[in-house]
Design a protein. Sequence first.
Length: 238
Amino acid sequence: MSAYDREGILQSAEFRQELAAQRTFMASVYGWMTIGLLVTALTALVVASSKAMMVTIFGSGLFWVLIVAELGIAFGFRLALNAIPVAIAAGMFLIYSALTGATLSILLLIYTQSSVAATFFITAGMFAGISAYGYVTKRDLTSIGSMCIMALWGLILASIVNIFLMSSAMSWLISVVGVFVFVGLTAYDTQRFKQAYSEGGTGSAINRKIALLGAFELYLDFINLFIYLLRMFGSRRD
């Protein structure tokens, strides 16, 4: 066997090992994201099934306290991730997921259970397909991600304005744009975190933190995609 052949075999073996490690890393990302979604769903069901808890959260200023806590954890999670242990980062993600479930529990009273369930499965199917595209495509999605991020800021501003206008047409338009924005962000974030895997093995602290951050970002993409689809197609209770 020539030296060239041996080098080619070694490179091929290294490539396969790197590919396997990358797949394991992304499995960790999706695993944590799934855990976060389960925590959110279970929390929402528990809160929505308790009249006392619903009155406590939505009949007082506690709802806004929870919103502020969510924002604080979201910013703190990103800013402090490098400095905190993996266990604390995981705990922050799970707490955020539970808080999100508590604040979103009102949706179970606004929309019928069948439409919430149907929208969830539609969202899951869309997310899986879009994320798979982001994972396998060789196209650089950076420009799409940048456009979606800029559009997201416009979406936030339009949503704030519509709080005062209370326009149903504008609300519909915001939901349509929101779906496209988070479709793009799902593909972009998947590709971004696939490429973010670093040397040191999937068990290294840095890769576990990157996996948690990836799970957090994709979790947010899923939740927002679900909310906008529910606003568009959800059936409200009488």
